[in-house]
Design a binder for this molecule. Structure first.
Ligand code: SF4
Length: 210
């Protein structure tokens, strides 16, 4: 079954999705730390508890946690949204897609945490992440909380979003079965945890037409 994270990996780089789906390394990043802090604060716990949760999954990543904690802003705007449940698991048998939603709110929306707002509108990657949540949860509207900006934004799925999601899922199913996409050299390669494997894995003729 495909995870929501596979969709965002695919949009960053299709090859990255291949490596994460078949050779997950479990490397901690700032997003993982921010999510633990956000969830802990939302539930009424503190940073210490957030670190307890984070370090259980990523024992050697204190620097990442400290950095994320120094950048995170907890906005008062969040107080107007009352939570109903956290870390809710959904899956769709039909789409063969699964994921965990950070929060379901009392007004029947979902809420997810992200790091930084990069433009006025939602980016394609953000839209696809939230559309995937809509698809598995049946909830069409939600909020994004940009933790480093302290900004809350509202999202509503469109038909075009759903269509784009289905196209990505088709490609991810091929990758799930073992198809290795073409290497796309880009800025992301400089920080990619799979750069060694990626450099040594040969491309195939078929990967050019993916
Ligand atoms: S090294 Fe570059 S092309 Fe290879 S998986 Fe990473 S981001 Fe993608």
């Amino acid at each position: 079954m495909i995870k929501i994270g596979d969709i965002t990996s695919f949009i960053s780089c299709p090859r990255l999705a291949y490596f994460r789906m078949h050779h997950e390394k479990g490397v901690a990043n700032e997003y993982h730390a921010v999510r633990e802090i956000f969830l802990s604060l939302r539930k009424g716990y503190d940073y210490e508890w957030a670190y307890e949760r984070f370090s259980t999954l990523y024992p050697d990543s204190k620097e990442t946690f400290t950095l994320a904690a120094s950048k995170l802003r907890y906005s008062e705007e969040l107080e107007r949204i009352r939570p109903r449940a956290w870390e809710v698991y959904f899956e769709s048998e039909r789409l063969r897609l699964r994921g965990v939603v950070d929060e379901i709110t009392e007004n029947g929306r979902f809420l997810v945490v992200m790091l930084k707002k990069i433009s006025d509108k939602f980016t394609f990657k953000e839209r696809m992440r939230m559309t995937a949540i809509s698809a598995i949860s049946g909830i069409k509207e939600g909020y994004v909380y940009y933790a480093y900006d302290g900004v809350l934004a509202e999202f509503k799925e469109t038909r075009k979003d759903r269509y784009n999601l289905l196209r990505i899922l088709e490609k991810l199913r091929k990758i799930e079965k073992g198809f290795l996409p073409e290497r796309r050299e880009g800025k992301r390669c400089e920080i990619c945890e799979y750069s060694d494997e990626c450099n040594t894995k040969p491309e195939t003729f078929a990967s050019r037409f993916f």
